[in-house]
Design a protein around this ligand. Sequence first.
Ligand code: NAD
Length: 297
Amino acid sequence: MGSATRIDGKAMAARLHESISAETSRLAEQHGITPGLTVVIVGEDPASQVYVRNKKRTAEACGFRSVQHTLPADVSQDDLLALIDDLNGDDSVHGILVQLPLPDHLDEQAITQAIAPSKDVDGFHYVNIGKLTAGDTGDAFVPCTPAGCMLMVEEHLGADLSGKNAVVIGRSNIVGKPMASLLLAANATVTICHSRTADLPGVCRNADILVAAVGRANMVEGDWIKPGAVVIDVGINRIPVEVDGETKSKLTGDVDYAGAEPVASAITPVPGGVGPMTIAMLMSNTLRAAKLSAGID
Ligand code: NAD
């Protein structure tokens, strides 16, 4: 047992942004194409606004054409679908992202599925999910968070995970399930755990790769970690902390970092781990959408 390598998602993302910017310049020079990312946000949710701002800023830094549509919280389903229809038909838009969650009166599934699969840079359309599940990712978009997690796993274990046990905690469509598909495609032996799993600590203790995507602060304890495991903490939880007698809040993951760090071989911090890689993969998907739209890959 030693001290785990801290997987620096911020630094990895910065390297990716550099290569995406360089490729974007080449695409403009050689083919006259500028990748276009359009983000649609409904309402005033402060967390969503921060995420959208970060995405826009990064898209601009990569040299993309970045457009944001901010719609009122009471926008109708028909008006939102009409906007998506326009964006689907606009050749300057290569990637469309509708920031989730949406207000309750909107049908999130219907809206996500209205985005053209070729512009679905979030990878939530059933066509893209189906291709990922079938292992046919040639022109499919993989959801950004699991795609980023996979790059971090690969950096430590290589691309072939034959013989490794991977445990994913969480079975959501945007993180847990696609993460399991990617690990399986890389030859890992995969177990998906969720709120109904019996003896979660026991299952985790068998994991050479442990991905936590639950949304419960510090749920995964140090003695759940197999010595030498690679631990990827997807969770983002805001918890109260006392600073000089004042209550403030800080972000923490699903894994007790201090408990896991002496046991794991590599671990992602929160913040600064999976979060920045998610945005980098959104940029990578948008660049790819622009290239595919012009028949370049
Ligand atoms: P979700 O709520 O859709 O899914 C949570 C999953 O955790 C469910 O499948 C549920 O069965 C499982 N779960 C709940 N309680 C459990 C328990 N006690 N034991 C085992 N499993 C349990 O959430 P999500 O959208 O998949 O997101 C998960 C976390 O990841 C959240 O904290 C979210 O904020 C974060 N997240 C981070 C990023 C990023 O970029 N870093 C992106 C997406 C989500």
